[in-house]
Write a protein that binds this ligand. Structure first.
Ligand code: ZN
Length: 317
């Protein structure tokens, strides 16, 4: 999740998309995704019965202020990891040969063991915020950090098959972190053609669905997103379109007014990026309907495929 602590602290001003509904953007950019969107609009979300104002206004920040620690050993403790997760080249045969994609798995399974380290303030250009957070968890203890790594691994496999060079910001292979400023710096130094930060939210039950977070225009201190706002929006719209098509949605019923898109200026990982970058909140780990999807390996594969579809579409131009 994102909305806990550091990189996601309240209060935030009311946010709305900078332009019209996702349908418009997707229509222009991703015909396949548009088809998926229209199908969703036509049939609705069969198991979504709650679009109430109360649900929409529930504060996502409050639900997971204290994320549970993992109930089992974190992946950082597991022996025999076959790669360092730092950088892996594609096979060179796909359409993304020469393209560099940085995947940023939100949080770190070990963060909860290092509160003083992850609570240390770092400069995000506009202000100072905590290095990182623990992330959220389901009511049953499935952690966001475990979820983000799983989706990221699936995404890496697909992108490598497309020929991309893929780099991770972390792979559970370090005790904690990295901090949000370092996460941005990893994408910058890699000269990434696209960066996607993978998350799941920890909002109130009844709040559900995915949304993609785009960088707002920020120019303060070390932060200057002006050169990447437009390209990041294009990346984000395509990722949202792909995700919608492969998972069937729904777009968030509590953020983004149904567009599946949000714009923020308070996230260090976006503020400090000099390359196209978006976050995706794949669903709400505190909602019973969403968590049934997030805990499904088959669903996570579809999620990875959708995100990949958006990245591939963006990179092919
Ligand atoms: Zn998160």
């Amino acid at each position: 999740m994102s909305y806990v602590g550091p990189d996601f602290e309240p209060p935030r001003p009311p946010r709305r998309p900078l332009r019209g509904p996702l349908t418009v953007a997707v229509a222009a950019l991703v015909p396949g995704a548009l088809a998926g969107w229209l199908v969703w609009q036509a049939v609705g979300d069969p198991d979504d019965g709650d679009g109430s104002a109360a649900a929409r206004t529930s504060a996502s920040e409050s639900a997971s202020a204290s994320a549970s620690p993992p109930s089992s050993a974190s992946s950082s403790e597991l022996p025999g990891r076959s790669d360092d997760g730092k950088e892996q080249g594609g096979d060179g045969s796909g359409s993304l040969k020469g393209k560099v994609v940085v995947i940023d798995p939100g949080h770190n399974p070990g963060n909860f063991r290092h509160p003083s380290d992850i609570n240390r303030k770092v400069n995000i250009g506009t202000n100072w915020k905590e290095c990182d957070t623990t992330g959220t968890a389901s009511n049953a203890g499935y952690t966001e950090a475990e979820f983000t790594l799983d989706v990221s691994h699936r995404l890496r496999t697909i992108l490598k098959e497309e020929g991309a060079t893929v780099k991770f910001t972390q792979d559970g292979d370090r005790p904690w972190g990295p901090c949000v400023d370092e996460r941005a710096e990893i994408g910058n130094k890699a000269g990434a053609d696209a960066v996607v930060s993978i998350h799941a939210d920890g909002s109130a039950a009844g709040n559900r669905g995915f949304h993609v977070i785009l960088p707002g225009s920020v120019h303060s201190g070390a932060a200057d997103t002006r050169p990447i706002v437009a390209s990041s929006r294009e990346l984000g719209e395509r990722v949202a379109g792909g995700f919608l098509r492969t998972t069937g949605g729904p777009p968030s019923n509590y953020i983004g007014d149904g567009t599946g898109l949000d714009v923020r200026k308070d996230l260090g990982g976006l503020n400090l990026s000099t390359v196209p970058k978006v976050f995706i909140e794949c669903g709400n780990m505190r909602d019973t309907k969403d968590i049934s999807r997030l805990t499904s390996g088959a669903w996570r594969q579809k999620a990875a495929e959708g995100i990949s579809e958006g990245i591939v579409s963006f990179l092919r131009g």
